[in-house]
Design a protein around this ligand. Structure first.
Ligand SMILES: [Mg+2]
Ligand SMILES: [Zn+2]
Length: 194
């Protein structure tokens, strides 16, 4: 039971989508996100962030900024008893300008590298796990690892639903208004299986 995970996208899912988060002041946690994470943790899910941060490869900000922002995130969540179990991110991009991170890696979503790393670290049953995000990239990621994908309508979600969904071969398992609603659905869905 505790080897089930909910993988959360970051920008547009946990915090407001504003393009590249190149300064802590642009990092604004969305409403009810701590409550959603706490609810999932109470129900024995591992809650793990998986994020593409190509701004590093593109030279928009240093990798240290990502660490700083994730520290801020975890501190705020800790106060609400909603600490994330882990955070994984991909700093790479195939067309990057920073040679260290210019790479056609295996961890840039929707490639499964970040989730496979988490699977190893936590011994997770990925096929009983969930991916939540505001883009079809996250739904593709879920599909690629055999998890269930939930599209949420924060961030790019509404636009993805309107313009991408009609021509996309994949269908989300559920579409939620926000992370809290996604968490409620996940718990119901998982219990019907457990
Ligand atoms: Mg996103
Ligand atoms: Zn990568």
């Amino acid at each position: 039971m505790s080897n089930q995970a909910v993988f959360l996208d970051r920008d547009g899912t946990v915090n407001e989508e504003m393009g590249y988060i190149n300064h802590p002041d642009r990092f604004i946690i969305l409403p009810q996100v701590p409550e959603a994470i706490r609810l999932l943790k109470k129900n024995n899910f591992k809650v793990i962030l998986v994020s593409n941060q190509a701004g590093v490869a593109k030279g928009y900000f240093p990798i240290e900024l990502i660490e700083e922002i994730h520290q801020i995130l975890q501190e705020r969540l800790r106060k609400e008893d909603a600490t994330l179990d882990a955070i994984y991110y991909c700093p790479h991009h195939p067309q990057g300008s920073v040679s260290l991170y210019k790479k056609d890696c295996s961890c840039r979503k929707p490639k499964p590298g970040l989730i496979y790393k988490a699977q190893k670290d936590f011994n997770l049953a990925v096929n009983k796990s969930y991916v939540v995000g505001d883009r079809f990239k996250d739904i593709e990621l879920a599909h690629n690892v055999g998890a269930k994908g939930i599209l949420i309508l924060t961030g790019y979600g509404k636009g993805e639903l309107r313009y991408i969904a009609p021509n996309h071969p994949l269908k989300p398992h559920f579409i939620a208004q926000n992370l809290y609603q996604a968490a409620q659905w996940i718990i119901k869905d998982a219990y019907s299986d457990r």
